[in-house]
Design a protein around this ligand. Sequence first.
Ligand code: PLP
Length: 390
Amino acid sequence: MAEPTYLDYAATTPVDPRVRDRMLAALGRDSGFGNPAAVTHAFGRAAARQVEQAAAEVAALVHADPAYVVWTSGATESDNLAVIGGALFRRQRGRHVVTVSTEHKAVLGACAELERRGFAVTYLQPDRDGIVAPQAVAAALQPDTVLVSVMHANNETGVIQDIAAIGAICRQADVLFHVDAVQSAGKLPLDIAAQCIDLLTVNAHKACGPKGIGALIMNPVTVRRVEPLLWGGGQQRGIRAGTLPVHQIAGMGETFRLLAQEMATEVPRIRQLRDTLWDGIRDLPGVVLNGHPERRIGSILTVSVAGVEGESLRYAVNDLAVTSGSACNSASGEPSYVLRALGRSDAMAEASLRLSLGRFSSAADVARAIASLRAGIQRLQALSPEAPAA
Ligand code: PLP
């Protein structure tokens, strides 16, 4: 059987060969294998230069200060460090946090941990399009609120939140604002000063970089420290101990350099492919789009199909590498909590497909996907008594 067509870029992405080359170079004996903290000798200094270069490349994409890029093992750790570390750092001021029910589990899990540690968390509900009104965030703030965490673009639906407006509200109230921008980095403009972001989560593997590396980017005008989650050798100003993985960091630097370089051409190209995909299936009876019709990043298309069963739907298109909801949710087998929060029934949340495109997606991939989806959905609906009439 031919290899399935890859349409799961929101879960992870193939590593760009240019990123791989830079990582391999960083692993070479003569290219600075040293410990970047060992600046007393040339090996350490060469490694430190690679880390500095990567920090500058990552910071440039979001207009941040490279000195305040904290390297982590990925976005899960960055989200935990921001939410738990940020809230604990400000715990003398209060013990209330605001977030949204459709956040990634890395944020929701960190909020649950804060609740176990005596914090109160308000979980805002988005509207049926997946959007949280900035006014709802303002209304949820209390005198003891210390942190608000709202993601930029949702990983299941691609829906975009108005982070600049929410950021302005938080800044006015002197509340820390954390944004998970894993799905939007390199796809939407990000500027931590202009958007009033205090803590920003990014990673490499959703953008054609390696897994196992991410960053928490801090805005030093408003926050220079959070409580650490890891204790050790005091690296990264004591915020995140551990010897820096130079090859991973170099890979993330190259990933972000390429995002900045190619954003202007790649973003419209991928959006066009995504729109062609939607146009190719939207007339099928029972097929509905999940999330706001326009306010979505251009790489994700999430649809539900009425009258068919989720498992059969995925089986019917098994020549496409796609997930139902997020990759994490597919593992749990539960219907997506994100789609449920948008008012979808269990059945519609179950019978959903997230189709996500990226750098190596082509018009041929989209044509194959349309053919497979049309054939698969029509075949299932012909067999189903509950299927909507054509
Ligand atoms: N946040 C969002 C929005 C994501 O899509 C993901 C990916 O699953 C994560 C966080 C976690 O990222 P990582 O795999 O780097 O821990």
